[in-house]
Design a protein around this ligand. Structure first.
Ligand code: XBP
Ligand code: MG
Length: 249
């Protein structure tokens, strides 16, 4: 049907999972420590560092700013170790889903809407994390930073996932994102996009978003949205909101 939701494509970090402050950030700091480097990323300044998508790219930019010699090679080594450390955090159960995400995924499965993933994260941790928290088989396609090395806001991860789903890009495919980089990537691929803000992204502007909401429901407290101009149809993202997005597209 021309009005049907064709697929929902989820971002991972900050969207499906609450992974940045107590996950990636912790792993980056452990890697700095193990390599004998004096750097530490505290929770608040880490929010600004997140504007650079991709862990290795984030490290390289940070080291370059500090005029560290051979910053690309050091960023590569740090990121290799950070990835192993982050995998251990996942195995210890220290990275969890955002509250309400599992209920939404179940709602989509019951309605037979295909779901997929487009992330800038590395496949080495993305697949085990998705499998542990949600079951990998529920995702019809998973595109990671390994397949789409030019990170968001470039649209290539979304373009690849649309192709992997066997679909043509359009407004009946909805991307679910938490960040400005993700929103720009989804819109660059000509998809609809719902932004579900979190503590790190709630102060950003999302003028191109179809809808901005405060959470997925569950027991997650609603994150305040600082820009009053932002359109919001409710505080909770569910199947009804997704259907309203494509109906108004
Ligand atoms: C998230 C990222 C990721 C993680 C780290 O952005 O940029 O790089 O912070 O993962 P998005 P890696 O949610 O827009 O995909 O270290 O594996 O890159
Ligand atoms: Mg994200």
């Amino acid at each position: 049907m021309a009005s049907e939701l064709q697929a929902v494509v989820f971002d991972v970090d900050g969207t499906l999972v609450d992974s940045e402050r107590d996950g990636h950030r912790v792993a980056f700091n452990l890697a700095f420590e193990e390599l004998g480097l004096p750097y530490r990323w505290d929770p608040e300044p880490y929010g600004a560092l997140l504007r650079i998508a991709g862990g290795e790219q984030r490290l390289a930019a940070y080291l370059e700013e500090r005029e560290v010699d051979d910053h690309h090679e050091l960023a590569r080594r740090l990121h290799e170790r950070k990835t192993e450390l982050f995998q251990s955090l996942i195995e210890e159960g220290r990275v969890g889903p955002r509250p309400g995400v599992r209920a939404l995924l179940d709602e989509l499965a019951d309605a037979a809407v295909p779901v997929a993933v487009a992330t800038t994260g590395s496949r080495a941790w993305v697949e085990p994390l998705l499998d542990r928290l949600f079951g990998l088989s529920r995702f019809a396609a998973v595109v990671t930073g390994d397949e789409a090395p030019i990170r968001k806001p470039d649209p290539s991860a979304y373009q690849q996932v649309v192709a992997a789903l066997g679909l043509t890009a359009g407004r009946r495919i909805v991307a679910v994102e938490d960040s400005r980089n993700g929103l720009v990537a989804a819109k660059g691929a000509a998809l609809s996009c719902v932004v579900v803000v979190n503590d790190y992204t709630c102060g950003d502007g999302f003028p191109e978003a179809d809808v901005v909401v405060q959470g997925f429901g569950g027991d997650e407290p609603a994150t305040p949205i600082h820009d009053p101009r932002q359109v919001m149809t409710g505080t909770r993202l569910d199947l009804a909101v997704l259907r309203r997005v494509i109906a108004s597209a």
